[in-house]
Design a protein around this ligand. Structure first.
Ligand SMILES: Cc1cc2nc3c(=O)[nH]c(=O)nc-3n(C[C@H](O)[C@H](O)[C@H](O)COP(=O)(O)O)c2cc1C
Length: 226
């Protein structure tokens, strides 16, 4: 018999809220409901386990916590402003990362979402020009930040909100980080698109791997020792 928490976990599914980019509707009152509730969801997400302290170089810009994640929330008007910025860049720079981004789903997601939460994880400093090492510290930073993201998705699911963990596409870019005031020693773990169930949408898409996960018998087993 599943426990109520199991129901929420099983109900969570990728639900991409898509909307025509010309119709980023800031006025829909349901978006304000999401903005009002979002701090509570973020607080809940922060109850994730964590095991290593973020390096002191990350404890700056007014965000001094030792947890190895940072959350940056964009409300609907800000999503629409970011959308217009992406459009302006695409027009100004044809055949560039910006025009490519304009043809991706990111602008339609910004148009459809009630809010976006950019979640970063905080790797230990790497030598200049190199990627973070996949050492024990960083594995644990990444694992803890991922648990925080899952908490956010579950809190959104429990409220009936569309939610989608995206790699982020252009939102990972250093220019976008600079625009949003996010330090570039942080790495984007996910761009989490959230939409109220009443948000005006043109389409909702699921995740392509949803039905491909297999059953527990395919990815778990008892370990027996005699
Ligand atoms: C770290 C991470 C990054 C993801 N990035 C993308 C993405 O960029 N594009 C996408 O279509 N789905 C992305 N997804 C969602 C997966 O496609 C989705 O979880 C999968 O299809 C299973 O479907 P479900 O979430 O409904 O169970 C991402 C999921 C995770 C965990």
């Amino acid at each position: 018999m599943p426990h109520p928490i199991d129901d929420v976990i099983r109900q969570r599914r990728t639900s991409k809220p898509l909307r025509d980019t010309a119709r980023c509707d800031e006025a829909a009152p349901c978006h304000a409901e999401v903005a009002a509730a979002l701090p509570e969801l973020i607080e809940t997400a922060g109850y994730a386990p964590f095991h290593k302290l973020a390096h002191e170089s990350h404890r700056q810009d007014g965000l001094a916590a030792v947890v190895p994640w940072r959350f940056y929330a964009l409300d609907k008007p800000t999503c629409c402003r970011l959308l217009r910025h992406l459009e302006a860049q695409a027009v100004a720079h044809p055949h560039s990362k910006w025009s490519q981004a304009w043809d991706s789903k990111i602008p339609k997601l910004l148009a459809g979402s009630s809010a976006l939460v950019m979640v970063t994880w905080l790797p230990d400093p790497a030598p200049t020009g190199s990627l973070p090492l996949l050492d024990e510290n960083n594995i644990e930073h990444l694992a803890a930040a991922s648990a925080a993201v899952q908490n956010l998705l579950l809190a959104a699911t429990a409220r009936g909100w569309h939610n989608y963990w995206s790699t982020g596409g252009i939102l990972r870019d250093a220019d976008v980080f600079a625009l949003l005031g996010i330090a570039t020693n942080q790495l984007l773990l996910g761009a989490i698109f959230l939409a109220h169930p009443d948000a005006p949408l043109d389409a909702v898409e699921g995740g392509s791997l949803r039905e491909k996960r297999g059953t527990p018998a395919d990815w778990s087993r008892w370990v027996a020792l005699s």
